[in-house]
Design a protein around this ligand. Structure first.
Ligand SMILES: [Zn+2]
Length: 101
């Protein structure tokens, strides 16, 4: 199960050809939805603005080692497009953190 998740994340990274935003000093990097490219936050000197907690509470969906999706709708659309399966809660939400960030 764990190996399968790692393999899936590697596949996502290959598909998107991107890793985590580069964190250089005095650099602002846009953090955008992996699916629709909507702006979710900025990474300013390695600090997410708004914070990852605020983004998560606003309904954006973080995927470990892959990036962010702006909504459950984009998470579902991403799964279909790239033929991957995200971890879901018992309520069917894509959520790797079970409400705890
Ligand atoms: Zn989106």
């Amino acid at each position: 199960m764990f190996d399968k998740t790692i393999a899936m994340l590697k596949k996502i990274r290959q598909l998107l050809s991107l890793g985590q935003p580069k964190e250089k000093e005095n650099e602002t990097v846009a953090i955008t939805c992996l699916y629709c490219e909507k702006l979710i936050a900025q990474s300013i000197d390695g600090e997410m603005v708004p914070s990852h907690i605020e983004c998560y509470k606003a309904g954006n969906v973080p995927v470990p080692n892959a990036g962010w999706l702006c909504s459950q709708e984009c998470a579902t659309a991403f799964e279909v497009k790239y033929n991957v399966t995200f971890q879901r809660t018992k309520h069917g939400k894509v959520d790797y953190y079970e409400g705890e960030v």
